[in-house]
Design a protein around this ligand. Structure first.
Ligand code: ASP
Length: 485
């Protein structure tokens, strides 16, 4: 039978991440989400206690303690970031190249692109609607806004970005139009290794898609070596993640402790209404996502919430959809029972491009700033704001601390002074956690929706059987195999 199997060299079978994540499974059977939750609560409590405002510890000691407490967390993030580029590259290429049916891949790809764009537009529109209805800008002392200054490394980044935008705005429309084609070409990776070195996720994703499609277009004998190599990269990356994840609760503890030491409850003063409106917006978006999963994906909200708590908590604690990605894929495959070929394709793409939480936040923050600076927003400006937000959220890297820099370009599109960013920069590291959790949720909802939409073509059971068969042959032959479908 095996002979017959090898004689028809038709397609390269995907290797399910389910079979790559055994150590991760063992770890999470001990309830990783609960450990992370405990780490979060203890971290916040410790941070509030050590914060100089509490009167127990002096400022220099608190700062030093914060740095030390955050050390395990920063090491954790370094290790995750270290492997996230190879993992994303390998997962997307293999996700595409493993397709058995190119026509189906095309329709899944188009359907997914359509879904990402529509859901991001809806999230941005929701942010605008909530901002216009609840008017968070009305609750802030308007005299404060222009007096705050941008500080710290992120402040420097925002200032540099603001200057760039201001210079670009001096250009007349003809010059801007002339530069547009060049800007479009700039998004594409002319030097993929350069993109990898810079860690430019959007370019890496584009390169991975091109490479995956390229692999599909050559005979199996030619694509097999690269396919196998990427399989090893994926497997090794997952093994590293599994080891690093062990330290997640301690990492989360220290990271949150440091945030609370640095910011303390004061960061909310004057901005509590804004923070409350943002969190409310995120809750509304969560409800919309859960309803989408129910109506389009056939999963009940309670089941969904329970199923995704681990990636949600990790997104919140690490502030990065990319760092959460391995756990997101695992949840999609094992808990939500999404076919591996889909989850391995959707999650890495979604982590970098599908950011509903970020879109909602950027739109809402812009409305808030416009209210603060008393700028009237016409209907056409609001439509332009949605378009800019969709583009900006796709371009926002899935790493901590950069979303606020990208927000600068959204603000400038509606003529809000960028100095206003100084006001929310301190609070951003906290609000970013909420939007990251929502970004991760959006990717998982995309998985269940796409799984249902494309269900009839390749049933999961059949795919899992195929994957198990491949695993068996793999064990016998000790290499990635080419099997008949
Ligand atoms: N940190 C967010 C993420 O990783 C992106 C953002 O800043 O909005 O999803």
């Amino acid at each position: 039978m095996l002979g017959k199997l090898f004689s028809t060299l038709e397609n390269v079978s995907p290797k399910s991440l389910k079979f790559l994540t055994d150590p991760l499974n063992r770890l999470t059977r001990g309830r990783l989400w609960l450990q992370v939750l405990i780490g979060m609560v203890l971290g916040i409590a410790t941070g509030l206690f050590v914060n100089p405002d509490s009167g127990f510890v002096s400022q220099p000691v608190a700062t030093a303690l914060g740095e030390w407490l955050a050390l395990p967390g920063n090491l954790f993030l370094v290790f995750i970031q270290m492997i996230v580029v190879p993992l994303i590259l390998a997962s997307i290429v293999r996700g595409i190249a493993a397709a058995t049916d190119v026509r189906q891949l095309k329709s899944t790809g188009l359907g997914l692109g359509f879904y990402f764009i529509i859901s991001t537009i809806a999230a941005a529109a929701l942010g605008i609607a909530i901002g216009l209805t609840l008017k968070p800008g009305d609750y802030v002392d308007r005299a404060v806004a222009p007096q705050v200054e941008l500080q710290g490394p992120v402040g420097d980044l925002v200032a540099a970005q603001s200057e760039k935008i201001a210079n670009a705005q001096d250009d007349d429309p003809a010059t801007r139009l002339k530069e547009l084609p060049g800007k479009i070409t700039d998004v594409l990776p002319t030097n993929p290794l350069g993109s990898i070195v810079r860690g430019d996720m959007l370019q890496i994703v584009i390169f991975a898609i091109v490479l995956g499609v390229g692999l599909l277009s050559v005979p199996v004998e030619s694509s097999k070596p690269l396919f196998e190599l990427l399989g090893s990269v994926q497997e090794v990356s997952m093994a590293i993640v599994a080891n690093v994840m062990r330290f997640a609760p301690v990492a989360v503890f220290g990271l949150l402790a440091q945030v609370m030491i640095k910011t303390g409850p004061d960061v909310l003063t004057g901005l509590a209404a804004y923070a409350a409106v943002v969190v409310f917006g995120m809750i509304v978006l969560l409800v919309v996502y859960l309803l989408t999963a129910m109506v389009l994906g056939g999963r009940s909200p309670i089941f969904m919430l329970k199923a995704i708590r681990e990636p949600i908590l990790l997104g919140f604690s690490t502030n990065s959809s990319a760092a959460t990605m391995p756990v997101t894929v695992k949840t999609a495959e094992e808990v939500l029972k999404v076919r591996p070929s889909l989850s391995q394709f959707i999650v890495p793409l979604g982590a970098t491009m599908n950011m509903g939480g970020t879109a909602l936040y950027q739109a809402l923050a812009t409305i808030f700033m416009a209210q603060l600076y008393q700028i009237d927003l016409s209907a056409s400006v609001l439509i332009a704001l949605i378009a800019t937000t969709v583009g900006a959220s796709i371009g926002t890297p899935a790493v901590p601390g950069v979303g606020i820099v990208v927000l600068a370009s959204v603000l400038s599109s509606v003529g809000v002074p960028l100095t206003g960013l100084a006001l929310i920069i301190g609070l951003d590291r906290i609000l970013e956690r909420f939007r990251t959790s929502l970004n991760v949720t959006g990717d998982l909802v995309a998985c269940v929706v796409m799984d249902r939409w494309t269900k009839s073509e390749t049933p999961r059971a059949e795919e899992m059987r195929e994957a198990a068969r491949t695993e068996y042959i793999q064990a016998v032959k000790n290499e990635d195999v080419i099997v008949s479908s």
